[in-house]
Design a protein around this ligand. Structure first.
Ligand code: PLP
Length: 367
């Protein structure tokens, strides 16, 4: 046993790249039996009539055959329902995480960099590491998590990043950044600028309609936060010439037949998901008011389906643990340090779940 284990350790140190060994694995905490407010999932399921249609369609799906490699029917449906500007291409990913990976692989070179504001979405940094690129995190302004214009523009000038990722709204801070500044960044960046609109269903602005204004602008979206996290489906829109190169790296059958059928049906019934997003936005406002009533908490403005909350110094761990004991899972960001010290991220749930969260907080904070 020890011998084989020791040999395996030797294999790891001899063959696994040091930059991979240095990465801490992405940790997903157990959530069975808990009210799950940690991962920006939509808490609502489908109306029974839609489930019936869905089962009917899945029954007619040829799972003995490989999927359509390009997902053409689904791509056409996305173009129509999401109003992707004419002349712009679309490719599909097994989650937008996979599209980040595809883009990174297409530009990968140890001398090149991926740049994003910090704190930001952790996958940009992790995937830069996977493909052996340097990651540059540019600090947001500490008071309101806005983009620091001088810091961003001078970092872009200095590092000439192959890709700049801008999550709009940002995760984990929830805010939209200044549109004019983003336009300056797109114009100034020598490489690609990817606007990551994972939270578009809950946000008041988008760059989808701006595609075509600059040759380096791409917009990435996902079905996950809309309510289909289990499907794993994201899409990337932008200049055809760039997407044709990315398409060579995308594995041919990355979007399975069941996902293609399900997402096409969902888009045919987009009103169901739009209505759920409306409810989540209304609940977000109520939850923000409820949380802000605790003097111990500072709630930041959000255009996403979660709220970032700052606790009094040193309280984040205690509140996170206390909520777990009460059966509620949220995300503790405090250990990330920096601007996120003492911060918690809470996904907006159903009115009932949000009410239970506020009740548990009232006991914990002694209000
Ligand atoms: C959740 C999230 C994603 C990942 O989406 P998947 O399509 O589920 O892989 C991408 N970007 C941001 C900013 C996110 O918060």
């Amino acid at each position: 046993m020890t011998g084989a284990g020791g040999m395996a350790d030797e294999m790891v140190s001899r063959w696994i790249r040091p930059e991979i060994r240095a990465i801490a694995a992405y940790h997903v905490p157990p959530s069975a039996g808990l009210i799950k407010l940690d991962a920006m999932e939509n808490p609502y399921t489908w109306p029974q009539t839609l489930i019936d249609d869905w089962l009917q369609q899945l029954g007619e799906t040829a799972v003995n055959r490989y999927p359509d490699p390009a997902g053409s029917a689904l791509v056409a449906k996305i173009r129509e329902v999401m109003a992707v500007p004419p002349g712009q291409g679309i490719i599909l990913g097994n989650g937008s995480d996979e599209l980040i990976q595809v883009m990174a692989m297409a530009v990968a070179d140890p001398a090149r960099k991926i740049l994003a504001p910090d704190p930001g979405f952790v996958m940009y940094r992790m995937i830069a590491g996977f493909v052996g690129m340097e990651y540059v995190g540019v600090p947001l302004r500490h008071d309101d998590f806005s983009l620091d214009a001088d810091a961003m523009l001078s970092a872009i000038d200095e590092h000439e990043p192959a890709i700049v990722f801008l999550a709009y709204p940002n995760n984990p801070t929830g805010n939209l950044w200044d549109r004019r500044l983003i336009e300056r960044i797109v114009a100034a960046a020598p490489g690609l600028v990817v606007i990551d609109e994972a939270y578009a269903p809950f946000a008041s602005d988008s760059f989808l309609g701006d595609l075509g204004r600059w040759p380096n602008l791409l917009v990435m979206r996902t079905f996950s936060k809309l309510g289909l996290a289990g499907l794993r489906l994201g899409y990337l829109c932008g200049p055809e010439a760039l997407l044709a190169e990315f398409d060579k790296i995308r594995l041919p059958y990355n979007i399975n037949t069941l996902t293609q059928a399900t997402a096409t049906l969902a888009l045919d019934n987009i009103a169901v998901f739009d209505e759920q997003a409306d409810r989540i936005r209304a609940s977000r406002a109520e939850l923000a008011t409820g949380l802000a009533a605790f003097p111990e908490l500072t709630v930041y403005p959000s255009e996403a389906n979660f709220l970032l909350v700052r606790t009094h110094a040193g309280d984040a761990d205690r509140i996170h643990r206390g909520l777990l004991d009460a059966g509620i899972l949220i995300k503790n960001l405090s250990s990330s340090g920096g601007l996120l010290r003492d911060c918690l991220r809470i996904t907006v749930g159903t009115p009932d779940e949000n009410g239970r969260l506020l009740g548990a907080l009232a006991s914990l904070l002694g209000a």
